[in-house]
Design a protein around this ligand. Structure first.
Ligand SMILES: Cc1cc2nc3c(=O)[nH]c(=O)nc-3n(C[C@H](O)[C@H](O)[C@H](O)COP(=O)(O)OP(=O)(O)OC[C@H]3O[C@@H](n4cnc5c(N)ncnc54)[C@H](O)[C@@H]3O)c2cc1C
Length: 421
């Protein structure tokens, strides 16, 4: 096809994993094309957390001060209101990181920031509105992807007709296309579903920045859990429900749902009047899964495509970015010098599988031991669950969840150096 292209590395997916990887590889002198199926990053179902480990990565890259100049919030402790008692769950202030706090920032701002830095590199290209529709195979290896241009594309991309198609051939293709990955299946790679008993309802409520003193936080009441993210003039709310129960909730009607939200977080009572249609409430399906094998000749899966993370603990973005850092550390030289072999791809899985496995096990334990009983409950227990009671009484213990959430298991640092093309 006239618009076909050849590059060294093609990355499907412009989320945290794909964009960070694209930037890191391009900075290390590899020619990179990133494909993002949406026309912009302005979608509202992404996590908003940037962890201390990612701040350390930005520091390695010399981008930390510029990033922190963007409007954001700094969270030094994570506190939840559990059956009316305030429990500090994580204390980030002791973490071994250049900035021991978590940043809350709309994810589109983070992605725009990374994309902006990456675009300064001549060997980086980001194609927006470009959906990878499948892998191209030759001689048993993946040699690229087929692409459908589904929306207005990025200004610096080659002109393509909306609706047009092309093929991009690459020495290595990455599937960083999230938990509903297209490329994984197209490449015939398997994934094990580890089960997630929850889904999330995602909606906005107005917030008055001048008068509202409440901040980002979590609220647990019998049968309900709500997380509210302060986005200045509105609250981004995540209401956790047992998987598959949305139809039953809808059958009770929207006023009943408003009532539930007010019971969990009474400070939202006035704001919930704006919630007058189920169309304002998005269902986000939670999934935990992991691929037994993340790669085959010519293709490597990273981030949620390789190991879909539950929102529990808000750690999926962290893991996705850590995968990107590890992949660029391990593969950039081999890619640039055209000596990449299957063993290099295996090395990336070997390095990152254990952190994903440990984190997912922790998420499953929290889902089953803490969230399950909360959602099934009709009355508040006489006592807080033991782990929360310990966290309330022993401040030193709060450093442990802070470590798991803020740094993750086996945090990565950037080992590549900038190379001009
Ligand atoms: C309800 C919910 C809330 C969450 N909240 C948090 C949180 O607060 N903090 C946190 O750390 N984690 C959170 N997570 C987990 C987190 O969102 C993921 O782990 C993380 O986004 C994974 O990053 P990724 O880059 O691998 O994939 P994604 O963020 O899913 O990015 C994939 C990208 O690929 C694009 N894409 C998809 N298919 C194609 C294709 N065929 N071609 C081209 N592009 C494609 C998508 O548009 C998207 O931009 C949450 C998850 C859920 C379900």
């Amino acid at each position: 096809m006239a618009n076909d292209l050849r590059t060294e590395c093609c990355i499907a997916g412009g989320g945290p994993a794909g964009l960070m990887l694209g930037y890191l590889l391009a900075r290390a002198g590899v020619e990179v094309v990133v494909l993002e199926k949406h026309a912009d990053f302005l979608r509202d179902f992404r996590g908003d957390t940037i962890h201390p480990s990612t701040l350390a990565v930005l520091d390695d890259l010399g981008l930390l001060d510029a990033f922190l100049a963007l409007p954001h919030q700094e969270v030094r402790e994570l506190t939840a209101d559990v059956y009316g008692q305030s429990v500090t769950i994580a204390d980030f202030t002791h973490l071994p990181a250049p900035r021991p706090f978590m940043v809350l920032i709309p994810q589109w701002d983070f992605l725009d920031f990374i994309a902006g830095e990456a675009r300064k590199l001549p060997n980086f290209s980001l194609r927006m509105g470009a959906k990878a529709t499948g892998v191209v195979e030759e001689g048993g290896a993946v040699v690229g992807v087929t692409v459908q241009h589904i929306a207005a594309r990025d200004a610096d991309a080659e002109p393509q007709d909306a609706g047009g198609a092309c093929e991009i051939r690459a020495d290595l293709t990455f599937a960083a296309d999230g938990r509903h990955t297209t490329l994984r299946e197209s490449a015939g790679l398997a994934s094990d579903d580890l089960g997630a008993p929850i889904d999330v309802l995602w909606f906005r409520l107005p917030r008055d920045p001048a008068h509202d003193r409440s901040q980002t936080g979590g609220y647990i009441r019998p049968g309900a859990m709500l997380v509210t993210l302060n986005r200045d003039d509105y609250w981004q709310c995540a209401y956790v429900i047992p998987k598959g129960t949305l139809p039953a909730l809808q059958a009770l009607g929207i006023p009943a749902f408003r009532e539930r939200v007010c019971t969990v977080a009474p400070f939202l009572a006035a704001a919930t009047s704006t919630l007058d249609d189920w169309d304002h409430i998005k269902l986000l399906e939670v999934q935990i899964s992991r691929m037994p094998r993340w790669y085959r000749d010519g293709l490597l899966c990273i981030g949620d495509a390789a190991h879909a993370m539950s929102p529990v603990g808000g750690v999926g973005i962290n893991l996705a970015i850590q995968d990107a850092v590890a992949a660029s550390n391990l593969l950039a030289d081999a890619l640039r010098e055209k000596r990449l072999c299957l063993g290099d791809l295996a090395d990336v899985q070997h390095r990152r599988e254990w952190p994903a496995r440990v984190t997912q096990q922790a998420q499953i334990a929290i889902q089953n031991e803490l969230l399950g009983p909360v959602l099934a409950g009709t009355t508040a227990p006489a006592d807080l669950p033991l782990p929360l009671k310990l966290l309330q009484r022993l401040p030193l213990l709060r450093r442990l969840p802070a470590r798991l959430v803020g740094m993750g298991v086996r945090p990565e640092r950037v080992r590549t150096v900038p190379r001009a093309r």
